[in-house]
Design a protein around this ligand. Sequence first.
Ligand SMILES: [Zn+2]
Length: 437
Amino acid sequence: MKLWNVKIPIYDKDAFFELEIENGMVVSLDRHHEKISGYHVFSFSEKLEKDGEWDAKGRIVLPGLADAHMHLDKSHSLYAVGNESGTLEEAIENYSTYSPNFTDADVKARIKKTAFAALKHGTTAIRTHIDFNTKLDRAANFRGVRMVLEAKKELSELIDIQVFPMLPYFQYGEKDRTRIEEMLALGVDGIGGAPHLSEVPHETIDEIFRYAGEYDLPIDLHTDESDDPRVDTILYVAEKTIQTNYQGRVTVDHLCSLAAMEKNKAIRVIQKMKEAELMAITLPAANMYLQGRDDEGLVRRGTTRIGEIRDYGIPLAAASDNVCDPFHPFGRADLLQIAQLTGYTGHMGGREDLPELVKMITTIPKQIMGISGKGLSIGEEATFVMFDAQTLEELFAELPQTRAVFGKGRWLSRVWQEERIAVEGEYVYGERAHPLL
Ligand SMILES: [Zn+2]
């Protein structure tokens, strides 16, 4: 298959490329400078299927997006579990009270629905955190992990899913340990948790690192998801990472309290994160919704110090977190939308910022997730998403739903909307002055 006149802004935001794929692998990638005149409207044609060539007319192609932090098990549970106060505390309380009522079929259907939505929007890899509450009866305790492992297998020809069960955040007794060990033996991809919620956060962090070491698994933690500047379990996570030689294998997510701390302390924390080679994830949708609930007047955004973390060269991805559940009632598993929200919360809308936002949903989360060999370089398994947009400015302004996703040797999803308005035989999309005109 040959795609020509594609734009690949991770390599060059202005050049046009010809991308050749054989047996699912990228075999050539040539830059060329064909002049594109006018704004072209196109659709997937029979021709593409028949002779394997397609003129993309300057459309943007990005490596498959990677969503490094989702909660597939909770997604679309809002129909059953509400959250009247809109706080993190009520979301946790309501969800854990209601969750034993879910059936296997319900949980798996919701996991798949959200995975398909992510794929449709261009996401080819997901890391999902999964509740693992040993206080529930056995069936309810294991349901999320069992269902997501089944879904992972059933969807393996479409999308790559990493499963990170969240270890409980209280002191473990005999029963808790037996269940945790049984769960870790099921073939999960890493260990999650939210130790800042524990009454004994340091002990919980110790447990997480002990199990991770024992089962040789990476760690990915909800960390300091709080508006309180005194919450700084991140320092102990960093310390523990160094002590256990776990540098490069620990990811910390949210870091909301980091934004609330006074600047000197925040910089000390960020330096410590750098020393421990931690990787980080910002989750602007959920944090904007849940945080700042006690603020009046000037309500904080809830996100972390996006600019400062990036300035220190710490890998910082942006991810979806919750989709249509008591933690976050909105969302559509669309990382482009999340990147746009990151642009709002992190003040990243300038010309130089847009390519950085792209990295935060492509190359950086792949680095965090340890994914290599899949993307748009020669010799890689071709994994990409094409958008109906010709510039990054247009991409971020319109968040076009029209996208086509390629991976695992074939087109995985093609949502190509013919929603344009026919005017005198020509298709236009409102009136626009396009830089390529
Ligand atoms: Zn989360």
